[in-house]
Design a protein around this ligand. Structure first.
Ligand code: C5P
Length: 226
């Protein structure tokens, strides 16, 4: 990875899951480890960028020369992303943002009634804001890259998501293969643009992050030189 590739560029990256409280002791979340986003932040910093990493609750050390902003909920991540992308050049939405949150957070722990025959509990969920789409909809938007984790029709769904969320590039990830992606050390992806497609074979998330930052910088330079 060339050290001056992203010199002088401001890069914002989201990583990890978000956590949506149900009551003071419980929450809804997902298995995202944050590894891919943290590896991308490390690679972008190595390429000379000024990096802000907006991280959900994960157990990972902050990469060198990276400014880390910790958040818990999707709404916190949305606020932090909108703020930190002011004047930024690139945004990579790598976080597994919870699509829904409980409509209300119970003030005290929800108790089960031992005398009730009722075997169900209803929790109403409401939609969370879409962080990457909100950044892509800003005036003076940065170059925006999203992720698409899919189990089938991977490229087709990625292209659809690219258009719908108005992204510049999307990193398509086949999660039907459990040896890659979520929580694993390795990954294999296809980087997809409006008229661009390049597949990167399975390797460690660190190596992959280096290749991805190189390709992203190339595509960014192509667009901004027009
Ligand atoms: O729609 P889907 O969740 O598959 O899209 C994945 C992409 O959108 C990822 O880049 C993810 O970080 C982003 N996303 C987001 N905010 C959401 C949901 C997804 O930024 N609420």
């Amino acid at each position: 990875l060339e050290s001056g590739l992203l010199a002088g560029k401001k890069v914002v990256i989201t990583a990890g899951p978000t956590r949506e409280a149900i009551d003071p002791v419980r929450y809804i979340s997902n298995h995202s480890s944050g590894k891919m986003g943290f590896a991308l932040a490390a690679a972008a910093a190595e390429a000379g960028a000024t990096v802000t990493l907006i991280a959900g609750p994960v157990h990972l050390p902050t990469p060198e020369r990276v400014q880390r902003v910790d958040v818990i909920t999707a709404r916190d991540m949305h606020t932090a992303a909108m703020e930190h992308t002011e004047g930024s050049d690139l945004f990579i939405g790598c976080a597994a943002v919870a699509d829904y949150r409980p409509e209300t957070i119970a003030e005290s722990k929800i108790k089960k009634d031992p005398n009730s025959p009722d075997q169900t509990l209803d929790i109403k969920l409401v939609r969370n804001p879409d962080v990457v789409a909100s950044v892509a909809a800003k005036d003076n938007r940065p170059f925006v890259i999203g992720f698409a984790a899919e189990t089938h029709n991977v490229i087709e769904y990625a292209q659809d998501k690219l258009k719908r969320k108005k992204l510049d590039l999307i990193i398509a990830n086949d999660v039907s293969d459990t040896s890659i992606g979520f929580n694993s050390e390795e990954n294999a992806v296809t980087l997809v643009g409006a008229d661009f497609e390049e597949t990167l074979d399975k390797c460690s998330k660190r190596q992959l992050a280096g290749h991805l930052i190189e390709l992203i910088a190339q595509q960014y330079n192509l667009q901004t030189s027009n």
